[in-house]
Design a protein around this ligand. Structure first.
Ligand code: AP5
Length: 211
């Protein structure tokens, strides 16, 4: 089943997607990762996206929707949409796009995590520059500080995980992304998972929904 994984910044979408890739053989389509790759390669798309991301704002819908369309074209594997849609306009565009491509999404899984926990997760998060593996300074540190356990790449703090940007990201989420709960409830696809538990417990619930 193709699914949407959504929730606030730091809710654990990337962490859960990694487990779904590894154990269920699904493909992750993360708009945040696609933008970060474009920024690394200094493409026009990357340069445009960076202006918004560094401030904690959303990249305009027109840019995001076009990018997702390119990725979804010809998709044959079961996929997880991580970080898309993020606005009601994106959700409506996704419905249209899926219809056009003859694809569908079975469930929109919402990871519920209280705000005070999100702050700690985001300020403490560290990410591998090469393979994207996700760490946390206290709950999941790499074995050697600054070095990825999986590929030996450099582990760094994302620009938008600085305290001054996190506040804007959380406000942006409340205003634009949280209305998606009603959107997917109305569509009969909404499922809520308590994301404030051990990673494995959260994963087990998601696996039950997906299988
Ligand atoms: P994006 O990369 O999508 O960021 P996000 O939604 O803010 O989500 P995060 O990656 O911050 O968090 P996550 O939920 O994946 O948490 P993670 O698993 O890493 O987007 C970045 C930016 O790109 C946006 O701000 C926007 O500018 C732009 N953008 C992207 N998509 C867009 C779109 N569709 N439209 C417009 N703009 C778009 O976990 C976080 C931390 O918590 C880690 O340290 C992890 O180890 C820890 N953790 C995870 N699970 C647990 C657990 N169960 N218990 C304890 N710790 C945990």
């Amino acid at each position: 089943m193709n699914v949407i994984l959504f929730g606030a910044p730091g809710a654990g979408k990337g962490t859960q997607s990694s487990l779904m890739i590894e154990r269920l053989g699904m493909k992750q389509i993360s708009t945040g990762d696609l933008f970060r790759a474009a920024i690394k390669n200094q493409t026009d798309l990357g340069k445009k996206a960076q202006e918004y991301m560094d401030k904690g704002q959303l990249v305009p819908d027109s840019i995001v929707i076009g990018m997702v369309e390119e990725v979804l074209k010809g998709e044959t594997k079961e996929f997880i949409l991580d970080g898309f849609p993020r606005t009601v306009a994106q959700a409506q565009a996704l419905d249209e796009l899926l219809r056009k491509l003859g694809l569908s999404v079975g469930k929109a899984i919402f990871l519920e995590v209280p705000m005070e926990i999100l702050m700690d997760r985001l300020t403490g998060r560290r990410v591998c520059k090469s393979c994207g593996a996700v760490y946390h300074v206290t709950s999941k540190p790499p074995k050697m500080a600054g070095v990825c356990d999986l590929c030996g790449g450099e582990v760094y703090q994302r620009n938008d995980d600085k305290a001054e940007v996190i506040g804007t990201r959380l406000k942006t989420y409340e205003e634009f992304t949280s209305p998606l709960k009603s959107f997917y409830k109305d569509a009969g696809k909404y499922v809520e998972v308590d994301g404030d538990r051990a990673t494995e417990s959260v994963y087990k619930d998601i696996e039950r929904i997906v299988l």
